[in-house]
Design a protein around this ligand. Sequence first.
Ligand code: NAP
Length: 503
Amino acid sequence: MTSRICVASHHTSIAELLSDAEFRGFKGRDGFLVELRLDFYSDLSSATLSAALTAVGTECVVTCRHPDEGGKNPKLTDAERLAYLQQAADAGVRYVDIEARTRRGNFRKGRSQLILSFHDFNAVPDEAALTAQWTLMSGDADADVIKIATTPQTMLDGVRLLNLLTNARDSKRSAIVLGMGEFGFWTRVCGPLFNSPLTYARGEGAPGTAPGQLTWRELDELYRYREIRPGWPVYGVIGNPIGHSLSPLLHNTAFRALKLDGLYLPFKVDCDAAEFVRVFAPLGIRGLSVTIPHKETVGAACTEIDPVAKAIGAVNTLVLKPNGTWFAANTDAFAAAKALEQASGTLKGKRVLILGAGGAARAVAFGVRELGATVLVANRTRERAETLAREANAQVIDLKELATQKIDALVNTTPLGMHPKIESSPLEKEQIPQGSIVFDTVYNPLRTRLLNSAAERGCKTVEGWVMFVGQGLRQFELWTGQSAPHELIEHVILNALQQRQKR
Ligand code: NAP
C-alpha cells in the first residue's frame, strides 16, 4: 500500500477553497488527498459542504476539529460537528476524522474510514499516558486508522513516537503518528516506512494547519514521499540548528537521480549525539552527516574512527557497517583538499596558508597535508594556531610577515565575510599574495569580499560551496558505494544558494 499526501485546506471559507486552483487540481490525482477543515470555514452550511465535496471529490479527509484539540470554531456544538461529519460520510468520502474524546452517538461511518484522533499541541505525553491513549483508541472497533499528533519539546521525546510507529507496524494497526514542530520533522516524512496511510502537507505558499508541515511539493519531489517503502534505508544530518541545512537537498537529489532506495532527513538533535544514534536505531538509520555542535562528540557512538578524523578531532560522517557497528570519518578534509587540488594541480610541495585554527581549519590542514602540502597557519589567537601547528606539523605565521612568505594557496576558515557581515574580510586586497590560489570556505555569500579582492589581484579563486558539495559527495560514496552525479548536485546546490542569496 502506498502512503498518500493529504494537503490540508488552510482556507477561511469554502468559497475561498473553491476558488483555489491548486486545491482543485488534486481531484483525481494519484497519491493525493485533500483535508477539509470544517471548523475553519466561516460560510459552513450543509449546502456549502455539498459544494465543497463536489469540487474536491470523495478522495478527502473531512475533519471538524474539537476546540480542545485545535478546533477554530468554538461556536459549533458536538451535535453540529457530528452532523456535518455524517453528511461527509453519507457522501462516501474516503476518511472522516473524529477525536477520540468526541462521543459519536449514532454516527455511522458507512463506506468511509474512521480516523480516530488525539492531539496535544504542548507536549508528547509520557510513556504510560501515551500507551493508555493508544490502548483506548485501538480498542475502538470502529476505528480504521489511529492518529496521534503530539508536540516533542526535545529530540528524545520522539523516541516515544518511534515506539508507537514500531508497535503499529508490528501489530498491523493502521496509524498516523506525527510530531509537530522541528523536533518531530522526521515523523512527517517517514510514515511509509511504518505503513502509515497518509501524511499531512500544506499548499504551496500556504501557512499550514499544524506546526512544521512541509509543502506537498517538498514531500513529493524532495523526499519522494509516494515512493518510500518499508525497509528503505534512512540517512540524515544531525545538528542544532539544522533548519537551513542543504544536505537533505544534496543527498535526496542523489538518491533520486540514481533511482536508489534511500531517504535523507534533517534531525534537530539537542541531546547527546551518541544517545541519538543508539535510541533512533529502529528507524533504520544507515548513515549520518554530522554538523555543529556534534562533530567533536559523536565519535563516542563509533567503534572505528578514520585516522584523519581522529587527527582532526572531529567527525562529520557516520557509516553503519554490515556488522551493526559505526564507522566515523571526516569528509570535510578530503573535500577541502580536493577543491584546492582541482584548482592548483598537485598540492605536493605547495605552501598552503590557512587563516583560522578552528574546526574547519583543522580539516583543511590535515586534508592538504595528506596530499603533500606544507601547511602554514595564522590565527587571531596564537595559542590555538600553535596547537594546530604542533598536531598537523605546520608552521605558525603572523599576518604581518605575510609579504615575506612564499604562499601558493590561501584558505580562509574564519567566518569573516559571511552574511550579514559581508564587508568584512580576513585580508585586505594588498595583503593577498599575488599569483596564489585563494579558497574561501565561507559560501554565504557565494562571492565573498576576499574572493572578489583576490580576483582583482589576478588570483585564481575557489568558492566555499565546492567544499560543501565535495564533502557530501564523498559521504554518499561511503554510504552507498556509488558516485553521485557531480554536475547535477553542483547545479542543484549552487541554484539553491543563489536563490537564498536573492532573499
Ligand atoms: P570555529 O571552530 O569557531 O573557528 C573559527 C575560527 O575563525 C577561529 O580560528 C577563530 O579565531 C577565527 N575567527 C572567528 N572570528 C574571527 C574574527 N572576527 N577575526 C579573526 N578571526 C576570527 O568555526 P569553524 O567550524 O572552523 O567554521 C569556520 C567557518 O568555516 C564557518 O564560518 C563556515 O563558513 C566555514 N565552513 C565551511 C565549510 C564548507 O563546507 N565550505 C565547512 C565548515 C566550515 P580564534 O581562535 O581566535 O577564536
